[in-house]
Ligand binder design. Structure first.
Ligand code: MG
Length: 263
């Protein structure tokens, strides 16, 4: 099931405020009552065409986006880093989240803004110390993330809060796929149509059960928290005005544009 969050472009009889819905095969959205993370999947009487809405980030994390660094061996190598022996985690603020087709703002503090395509896990319930064999009880679904990074500031600062924390630096979407199971699906990033990153999800060093088990031993996870699972090799800059499309086979494609650098 593909869960979207959207605003109607015109008042379709149920208001233009953000709503949640389920996309069916004919590009129609069945509008849901309330937020499915808290209310469950409760259909309303309303439908609207996908063409008549603006998709928003499919989840607005209430508290945090947890990120895993260096989780593909080829990416660790291109960063001149050893393969870690346990997950390296950091946080992006929830204020960095934007949705599909929104603009990534190039901050004036940085001279280089990079893409990082990542599989994103959406957490469904309050949980702590989740055993690996029970992680599927706490996963609502999966979406795609761009862990946008001011690469020059990452190097300069020695830690990553600024480099990865700017507003608009966490595009999420286009929807949450609730039936996705990570395996050997392709994960790709294109910049202006050119393939820059291309790998498969089975190349992760730490898989999804290991990541949720590890993170939940550190911090309590809440419904709507997002965990992004690291990026394969091929990271690189997004030029001013670039169109960046991130695809994970079995989920979809998340596209955003990059602004001109702020003066
Ligand atoms: Mg990353």
């Amino acid at each position: 099931m593909r869960i979207v969050r959207f605003s109607a472009l015109q008042d379709a009889g149920f208001g233009t405020d953000p709503h949640f819905g389920v996309i069916n095969d004919s590009d129609q959205i069945l509008v849901l009552k309330g937020d499915p993370l808290f209310a469950g999947i409760v259909p309303s009487e309303s439908k609207i065409a996908l063409a008549d809405v603006r998709l928003l980030a499919p989840v607005l994390p209430r508290s945090k986006v947890v990120c895993v660094g260096k989780n593909y061996a080829d990416h660790a190598a291109e960063m001149n880093s050893a393969v870690p022996d346990e997950p390296i985690i950091f946080l992006k603020p929830n204020t960095s989240v934007i949705g599909p087709n929104e603009v990534i703002n190039w901050p004036r503090m940085s001279e280089r803004v990079d893409h990082e395509v990542e599989l994103a896990i959406v957490i469904s319930r309050i949980c702590k110390d989740v055993p690996q064999e029970r992680v599927h009880d706490v996963i609502f679904g999966y979406t795609i993330a761009n862990d946008v990074t001011a690469r020059d500031l990452q190097t300069k600062d020695g830690q990553w809060s600024r480099a990865k924390g700017f507003d608009t630096f966490c595009p999420l979407g286009p929807w949450i796929e609730t039936e996705f199971l990570p395996g050997n699906q392709k994960i790709e990033a294109r910049v202006n149509g050119e393939v820059k990153q291309s790998s498969t999800l089975d190349q992760m060093i730490f898989n999804v059960p290991r990541i949720i088990n590890f993170v939940s031993q550190v911090m309590t996870l809440l419904p709507g928290d997002v965990i992004i699972t690291g990026t394969p090799s091929g990271i690189g800059p997004m030029p001013e005005g670039a169109e960046v499309s991130l695809t994970i086979e079995g989920i979809g494609t998340l596209t955003n544009k990059v602004s001109a650098r702020a003066k």
